[in-house]
Ligand binder design. Structure first.
Ligand SMILES: Cc1ncc(COP(=O)(O)O)c(C=O)c1O
Length: 488
């Protein structure tokens, strides 16, 4: 520790030191019964405003984020969240509204709910959306519950199989199992697309549906999608679209036109929201008209006079409290409204162009399992002519240059996978800088490999033992100090 590096000291509390914050009373004070009142002071740190501010500002500089540097995390679409989204989503009228308010007092939020679901329907071709689910995986679970309820209603309870390709995101089979389905995995082609023979061999009357993401997890568009949809529909199954990769297609192609019946969108990816660390998120679920009544309750409708929350008797029920993660879909709403129709359709093509630019410029240095043009993201499978340097080493070295590592070791079908997704938000200059840094790292791999194997060198922490960190996490400063003392 440097002599005056106060930023590393977390225990800042001093008895009876405090910060002040002025509030403007907007509500009548509530008198609570004595048994609900706190009689002891809460055990909170006692710090001055200055120390408090320094603490949080210093903490914020120890992390990497989209606001500090390029963040090409494949499959996660870390696009820029324009500040206007946050400004509007934090207006008092929105953040002070209690979800238990009457419909009359929530007309603003309910109308935004309705407008957002209509915009998503226009972009995807689905009939209606529910914005209630709280994440992509939660959307999957909701969509699969709808598929289940649909088959039950048709008297087809024996349909209990969900087909999932072997390169699917892990949440797909997990969601299917949680909903009580049997998962049948099919092998995909080397480019990650569905192997039609493998699909046909498992299609029978027990099939309730097929889950697919398009473009798939290797960034390749499923060109046989109409044929696949026909085959599944012929057996009475439904098609579920995992919309986590919608960024490549938004405004260009619509999942409903490809034959999908149910889908979710990761709003926190395609429609911009700061995300990471497990949240916050929103996974709206869209359906074709024949599945509309099964959407989660409450559903938001407009009866020509006002917006209302209604409860449909055929619904799968509630999937969470209230009407979803309001402040996240509010950001998505602002994002769509501020870009407008004419600019929303530029997202996909720009994301695809940026990905192909980077992929092509670096193609001589990395193994490329998929040589053709990609969609919004692509995969390298380790350094060419250098098996000694692993993808992990390259990812760690990138941190030294202020660049967040791409997704690594996913999809699982490639041994040294490095999945890069630049997004449409980045400029040509940023992409060129990334390419230069990667070329520099390739040179280091040949000339000074030790630098890569021991990277990062300039980060807040050095290379971590990730297996131990996952199995025995130290989550608080106090635990860290105790460990330090026990080891000394
Ligand atoms: C293809 C795919 N499906 C589903 C998900 C799950 O989304 P969430 O993390 O919001 O639950 C992800 C998340 O990265 C994904 O990439």
């Amino acid at each position: 520790m440097r002599p005056f590096d106060q930023t590393l000291i977390f225990e800042k509390s001093t008895h009876e030191r405090q910060a002040s914050h002025f509030t403007f009373e907007k509500f009548e004070p509530v008198t609570l019964p004595d048994h609900l009142l706190r009689h002891d002071d809460p055990l909170l740190p006692e710090v001055s405003e200055l120390e408090l501010m320094r603490h949080f500002i210093n903490m914020s500089t120890k992390n990497m984020g989209i606001e500090t540097g390029f963040y090409p995390l494949g499959s996660c679409t870390m696009k820029y969240n324009p500040k206007i989204n946050d400004e509007l989503a934090t207006l008092n009228g929105f953040i002070d509204t209690h979800p238990l308010s009457n419909d009359e007092d929530m007309q603003g939020i309910l109308s935004i709910y309705d407008d957002t679901q209509k915009m998503l329907s226009t972009l995807t071709g689905m009939d209606t959306f529910s914005l209630n689910p709280f994440a992509g995986a939660h959307g999957e679970q909701t969509g699969l519950m709808i598929i289940k309820k649909y088959h039950e209603k048709q008297g087809n309870s024996h349909k209990n199989v969900i087909i999932v390709p072997d390169n699917a995101h892990g949440t797909n089979p997990a969601s299917a199992v949680i909903c009580g389905f049997k998962v049948v995995e099919i092998k995909s082609n080397p480019d990650g697309t569905v192997n039609l023979e493998a699909l046909e061999s498992v299609l029978d009357d027990s099939v309730a549906g097929l889950m697919l993401t398009n473009p798939n997890t290797a960034g390749v568009f499923e060109k046989d999608i109409r044929l696949i949809a026909d085959k599944v529909h012929e057996k009475g199954g439904l098609l579920y679209y995992d919309g986590a990769n919608l960024n490549a297609l938004v405004g260009v192609a619509r999942p409903a036109d490809m034959g999908f019946d149910v889908m979710h969108i990761n709003l926190h990816k395609t429609f911009s929201t700061p995300h990471g660390g497990g949240g916050p998120g929103s996974g709206p679920v869209g359906v074709v008209s024949s599945l509309k009544q099964f959407l989660p309750n409450p559903q938001v409708v407009f009866d020509n006079k006002q917006y209302k929350r209604v409860y449909h008797p055929d619904s799968i029920g509630r999937v969470g409290g209230f009407i979803g993660n309001t402040l996240v879909y509010l950001r998505a709403y602002v994002y769509m409204r501020s870009l407008g129709k004419e600019h929303l359709i530029e997202i996909g093509p720009r994301a695809v162009l940026n990905a192909n630019y980077v992929k092509t410029r670096l193609k001589d240095h990395f193994n490329m399992p998929l040589k053709d043009y990609c969609m919004h993201e692509f995969v390298y499978d380790g350094l060419k002519d250098n098996s000694d340097i692993k993808t992990l080493d390259i990812a760690k070295r990138l941190l030294d240059f202020g660049i967040h590592a791409p997704t690594i070791y996913f999809p699982l079908i490639y041994k040294q996978a490095m999945m890069i997704e630049p997004t449409e938000a980045e400029s040509l200059q940023t992409l060129d800088t990334f390419i230069e840094v990667m070329e520099h790292i390739v040179k280091e791999a040949k000339e000074t490999p030790e630098i890569l194997k021991t990277a990062p060198h300039h980060g807040y922490v050095k290379r971590l033992d990730e297996a131990t960190a996952a199995r025995h996490p130290i989550l608080t400063y106090r635990q860290f100090k105790e460990k330090e003392v026990s080891q000394s």
